[in-house]
Design a binder for this molecule. Structure first.
Ligand SMILES: [Zn+2]
Length: 65
């Protein structure tokens, strides 16, 4: 069976987080707004290639050690 099974409840939640999720975030290393979500909880900077594990749908970090 290849039927996609995305319930209505899940789609509603996805709508809510979609704004955050598709946003770009500031890279803690090069300070550019190039951090994009690669997959759940992992963000990557397109500029310097830095990968960060953070929240699944948004980034909370602002600085890096
Ligand atoms: Zn960067």
């Amino acid at each position: 069976m290849r039927t996609p099974r995305y319930g209505v409840g899940v789609r509603k939640r996805l709508d809510e987080v979609h704004k955050q999720r598709s946003q770009k975030y500031q890279c803690p290393r090069c300070k550019k707004l190039t951090m994009k979500r690669v997959y759940s909880g992992v963000w990557k900077c397109n500029k310097c290639g830095l990968e960060v594990a953070d929240n699944a749908y948004s980034m909370s970090i602002k600085t890096i050690r």
